[in-house]
Design a protein around this ligand. Structure first.
Ligand code: ADP
Ligand code: MG
Length: 651
């Protein structure tokens, strides 16, 4: 039968086995008792503690611990669950952390008279090691700070949003991306109304992702504060409740507008390249077949009896004729993609165009007026005159077909520059000086689908027998062989402008003309405020970027009505209005008239019209306003920027 243990025995057992550090100190702060756990924490055996003071055992920690213990002795008040930290002799250089409860013990005999009444007889201590938790916490805090820094300084927009359509948290990059000044402005936005261009798009994205946990690279269209649209690529996490109900989104938003614009230009160039190669392969094979047919029919013709076979001769003639027409067609196809050598000779474009006017006059019906505006010193190009004529005739024929009831064909020749800045609009141009031949009509125009395919061989919208679909393909191919570029601008019901850029051959200085390539890399800019009114997203985006790049401040509007609202709100700031002519709702002309009414004729803001086709009546009616100028679409960066500067600096 085990002997019943005394209370003191049990207390000793408890003292030894406790997983917390326990100790009793006397009034001189010496260890009178200490358990293994605490001795281990201090890094010394139990025996090394007994009779020694806190200061002797833990010199660094005693600095803070001693005053605390003194106060407990004096006041009799415990210090519960306090944090202690410091180095122990066992691990010098390592800061350790403890949680301790220190409390006064009664009953120790007073040693001296000076001992105060009510003072404690000693101190009990319960100590728990806290170092691992504190280290983990500190690491966590540090990494939290890192993440915050990443989010704050990220170049991508990062946000958290609610299902209902509010931003809950946004980083500075997102604020900038959306064109606002402060986070608070963005947090006040309603996504469906203020951020998404199409108010239903967000709901569709949510629907698509209802079964998913993350969104990867979904592209949506957003609008900035100034109305300017951007294409944004969203990736991130769908936040769901435990029941799987979508509660919100944690997203990274990347503005890919420029990237997409460039890609589109590149795709178009690649498509034409592929079609060209394919066509040329087929054309060569056909050419060989037709050559065989023609040669064989020649032999047969010779072998046929002269008189009795007249019938046969006629049949054979028809066969030969068809083969010849086939060969012609093939040659036109080869014009699109041929690598045959052209006869490149120096040719003064303005002179050449003047001569061609006679041919055009013969080709076009009297209902079509021909106008020509050629800068006499536009320049010389290395060109094959025959090929150039083919280009001009193809364009004129199309213009004629587009104006069955008559209209105006306008030719314009001038020297111009293409810059790297023109790439987003004009595919892969080589920066440099060019002579530009612009052929405009006031005809039916083309819709976007036609514009996208117009250079493809065999693409035609004309009835069979009328259209071959080779005219524009040839233009493209021939211009490319001159190391030039074709740009096209068209507006349904208004007209079409095709601009052919041929590299300038001789860089002799031209009075008033563009400067030489290389020297003119700097595009003229300024710090004025421009109101840009343009309904075409693509054009507006490119123009806004271009203006901002050279220093202007831009207010963008998507049509005349919005342009007028912006103008009325900020007329005092605005130095120049650049407006498209043809826009839904309020046209550029209506906008101009409203602005002039606002300001009083002649005293108003300067207005630069961008227009793709000649509108002679309108131009005449504006000729009296010195604060108006025109730039024809498709414009180039340097043309547009130079006109802006000229207009801003006039008078
Ligand atoms: P085709 O004239 O034989 O149809 P093209 O290659 O010359 O072939 O032109 C292709 C298509 O492009 C035309 O069918 C027409 O729809 C369109 N197109 C070309 N030029 C013009 C223009 N000036 N105005 C309107 N549409 C045009
Ligand atoms: Mg044609």
């Amino acid at each position: 039968m085990p002997t019943p243990r005394s209370g003191s025995d049990r207390l000793d057992a408890f003292f030894t086995a406790a997983p917390a550090g326990l100790a009793i100190l006397d009034r001189e702060l010496r260890y009178t008792q200490i358990n293994e756990t605490l001795a281990l924490m201090n890094g010394r055996p139990v025996a090394d503690h007994l009779g020694k003071s806190v200061r002797e055992v833990l010199p660094t920690i005693a600095v803070t611990l001693e005053p605390l213990l003194q106060r407990i002795l004096e006041t009799g008040e415990p210090a519960l669950n306090i944090e202690l930290s410091g180095e122990t002799p066992a691990q010098p250089g390592v800061t350790r952390y403890w949680r301790a409860s220190l409390f006064p013990l009664a009953g120790a005999p007073r040693r001296r008279k000076s001992d105060r009444n009510g003072g404690a007889g000693g101190i009990g201590a319960i100590v728990v090691e806290d170092t691992p938790r504190r280290h983990a916490e500190r690491a966590l805090r540090r990494s939290g700070a890192d993440y915050r820094a990443i989010v704050e300084q990220a170049t991508y927009g990062i946000y958290r949003s609610s299902v209902e359509g509010r931003f809950l948290k946004v980083n500075p990059a997102l604020v900038t991306m959306l064109g606002y000044e402060t986070e608070a402005q963005v947090l006040a936005l309603e996504l469906d109304r203020d951020v998404y261009v199409d108010s239903g798009e967000r709901a569709r994205v949510i629907l698509q992702t209802s079964g998913l946990d993350r969104i990867t690279g979904t592209e949506v269209e957003w609008k900035r504060q100034d109305g300017h649209r951007i294409i944004v690529r969203l990736s991130g996490r769908v936040v769901k409740s435990e029941q799987g109900v979508v509660k919100g989104f944690e997203m990274i938003a990347e503005d890919v507008t420029e990237q997409r614009t460039l890609e589109r230009a590149l795709q178009q160039a690649q498509k034409m390249e592929t079609i060209g190669r394919l066509t040329s392969g087929i054309a060569h094979d056909f050419n060989n077949l037709l050559t065989v047919i023609l040669a064989q029919s020649n032999l047969i013709a010779k072998a046929l009896p002269a008189e009795p076979g007249r019938e046969l001769h006629r049949d054979l003639d028809e066969l030969t004729d068809a083969a010849r027409r086939g060969a012609e067609l093939v040659h036109r196809l080869l014009g699109f993609s041929r690598h045959e050598t052209l006869d490149l000779l120096p040719l003064s474009v303005p002179e050449w165009v003047q001569e061609e006017l006679h041919t055009l006059r013969r080709l076009l019906p009297a209902t079509i007026e021909i106008e020509c505006d050629a800068e006499p010193a536009a320049g010389v190009v290395e060109a094959d005159a025959g090929a150039l004529e083919q280009i001009l005739l193809n364009l004129a024929t199309n213009a004629r077909d587009a104006m069955p009831k008559g209209g105006t064909l306008h030719l314009d020749v001038r020297r111009t520059r293409l810059d790297a800045e023109d790439r987003p609009l004009h595919a892969w141009v080589e920066p440099g000086s060019y002579v530009c031949i612009a052929v405009s009509d006031t005809g039916a125009g083309m819709d976007a689908k036609t514009q996208a395919r117009v250079f493809e061989p065999f693409f035609t919208t004309k009835p069979a027998g009328v259209g071959t679909g080779l005219g524009m393909a040839m233009v493209y191919g021939l211009v490319k062989q001159h190391k030039g570029f074709v740009h096209l601008y068209s507006e349904m019901g208004q007209g079409t402008t095709v601009k052919i850029y041929l590299p300038l051959a001789l860089e002799e200085p031209v009075p008033g003309g563009a400067r030489a390539a290389g020297a003119a890399e700097m595009l003229p800019g300024g710090n004025e405020v421009i109101l840009l009114v343009e309904d075409d997203l693509h054009l507006r985006t490119v123009a806004q970027r271009l203006f901002e790049k050279v220093g202007y401040r831009v207010i963008a509007a998507t049509d005349g009505a919005e342009g007028l609202v912006e103008y009325r709100a900020r007329a005092a700031e605005i130095d120049l209005v650049i407006t498209d002519m043809v826009m839904p709702k309020t046209s550029g002309v209506q906008l101009y008239e409203a602005i002039r009414d606002e300001a009083g004729r002649g005293t108003g803001v300067k207005v630069l019209f961008t227009s793709g086709y000649p509108a002679p009546d309108f131009r005449e009616s504006l000729a009296g306003d010195p604060d108006v100028a025109f730039v024809t679409k498709p414009w180039t960066a340097s043309e547009l920027l130079r006109q802006i500067r000229a207009l801003l600096e006039s008078r």
